[in-house]
Design a protein around this ligand. Structure first.
Ligand code: NAD
Ligand code: DAU
Length: 349
């Protein structure tokens, strides 16, 4: 397998590459294409770059750049694609949606066209998507694979558009495509703008913990390695044209999650200067516009068809995540620093 992974220097992509290179049933080559936006960090795979030899290649490129991407497909005889690259943060999409339309829609379209031109040798195009395409749930019910799309934010609308394109390329051109729609991931290497790493970083530094609205919005949390295992299972054994929902079976109100993180940090991290419990840092702030109230995934199809279930409990996962951030304070400082971002960009010109 010559596997093109897009967005492999981001949070989930980096975890996926690390997992895959350790799988006994993967003996192929990974070509990681990432243009290194603020969220992409080759440091996440620096050790892999040394240890994996010619099984792993990193190329800095933009998935929207059709000419460069065409050479990559041909030079590396790409036969399988796992497409993670995206602008991924809802709040950023509300402030400036342009990059979301460009990468998430046009970037996916570019990859699909390149695959269509090379359909003969393409085994699988796997598209990574989100449960946010389904919109918001009320108090009850779950998102199923057949739930109609009703995206709320520019981010989820752009992901919905890309899902429709992938499905259309399967229906119209017979592209061997699969899609997965996953719930909220957490774990190592997540950029500290998303809820869990932001709360860990701020709580460690004694900064305020901004909780949107009344804090009662519900998300379904999944440890990132469980998501990556599901993706590998779908690439290997998923059926062309199918969509699979991936979820953690772990619904939590934001406020409860933030309090859990505060309590865990009070137990294991250095106390705050004034010895106050970290919960005292919680600050309710203005709500996110169009904030979806509740997400919950029914992942029965993935269980019944491919035997996948989540393996990591929220207690174990949160503890592992906190431990990782405690052990990687310098990583945290570096990814937050603007100067570091420009330096990384220069290294990979
Ligand atoms: P991320 O923001 O951490 O990483 C995205 C990566 O894509 C970065 O390395 C970035 O440099 C790269 N990238 C962005 N634009 C690019 C372009 N034009 N060309 C090449 N590379 C580009 O995102 P993530 O959280 O790892 O999410 C990965 C995928 O999973 C996304 O498609 C996202 O929609 C989806 N997803 C994320 C979650 C979650 O909870 N994080 C849940 C469900 C689905
Ligand atoms: O559901 C899958 C999606 O999960 C992915 O498709 C997205 O890429 C990923 O970013 C994530 O989207 P969310 O918007 O759910 O994640 P975020 O971490 O930004 O927010 C989680 C919840 O916490 C949400 O209800 C908003 C709230 N929140 C977030 C931040 C950053 C706060 O209350 N305060 C905050 O500072």
């Amino acid at each position: 397998m010559n596997l093109l992974v897009t967005g492999g220097c981001g949070f989930i992509g980096a975890n996926f590459i690390r997992l895959l290179l350790d799988q006994p049933d993967f003996s192929g080559h990974i070509i990681n294409v990432d243009c290194l936006t603020y969220a992409g960090n080759p440091e996440n795979l620096a050790d892999i770059e040394k240890s994996a030899g010619d099984r792993y290649t990193f190329i800095k490129a933009d998935i929207c750049d059709r000419k460069t991407m065409a050479s990559i497909f041909d030079d590396h005889a790409i036969d399988t694609v796992c497409h993670f690259a995206a602008e991924s943060h809802v709040d950023r999409s509300i402030v400036s949606p342009d990059a979301f339309i460009q990468t998430n829609i046009n970037g996916t379209f570019t990859l699909l066209e390149l695959c269509r031109e090379r359909k003969g040798r393409l085994q699988r195009f796997h598209h990574i998507s989100t449960d946010e395409v389904y919109g918001s749930l009320g108090k009850d019910g779950y998102f199923h694979e057949e739930t109609p799309y009703q995206p709320s934010s520019p981010y989820s609308a752009s992901k919905a558009a890309s899902d429709h394109l992938v499905r259309a390329y399967h229906t119209t051109y017979g592209l061997p495509a699969t899609i997965s729609n996953c719930s909220n991931n957490y774990g190592p290497f997540q950029f500290p703008e998303k809820l869990i790493p932001l709360m860990i970083c701020n709580a460690l530094e004694g900064k305020r913990l901004p909780v949107y609205g009344d804090g009662k919005n519900v998300r379904d949390w999944l440890y990132v390695t469980d998501h990556c295992r599901a993706v590998w299972e779908i690439i290997k054994n998923g059926k062309d044209g199918e969509t699979y929902n991936i979820g953690g079976n772990c619904e939590m109100e934001n406020i409860r999650l933030v309090e859990t993180i505060c309590d865990a940090l009070d137990q294991i991290a250095r106390p705050l200067a004034d010895n106050k419990p970290r919960k005292s840092l919680i600050t309710f702030v203005k709500d996110r516009p169009g904030h979806d109230r509740r997400y919950a995934i029914d992942a029965t199809k993935l269980k019944e068809h491919l035997g996948w279930i989540p393996a990591t409990s929220i207690e174990t996962g949160i503890r592992a995540t906190i431990d990782w951030y405690l052990d990687h304070k310098e990583w945290m400082e570096r990814v937050k620093s603007g100067a570091y971002r420009s330096w990384i960009q220069m290294q990979y010109q």
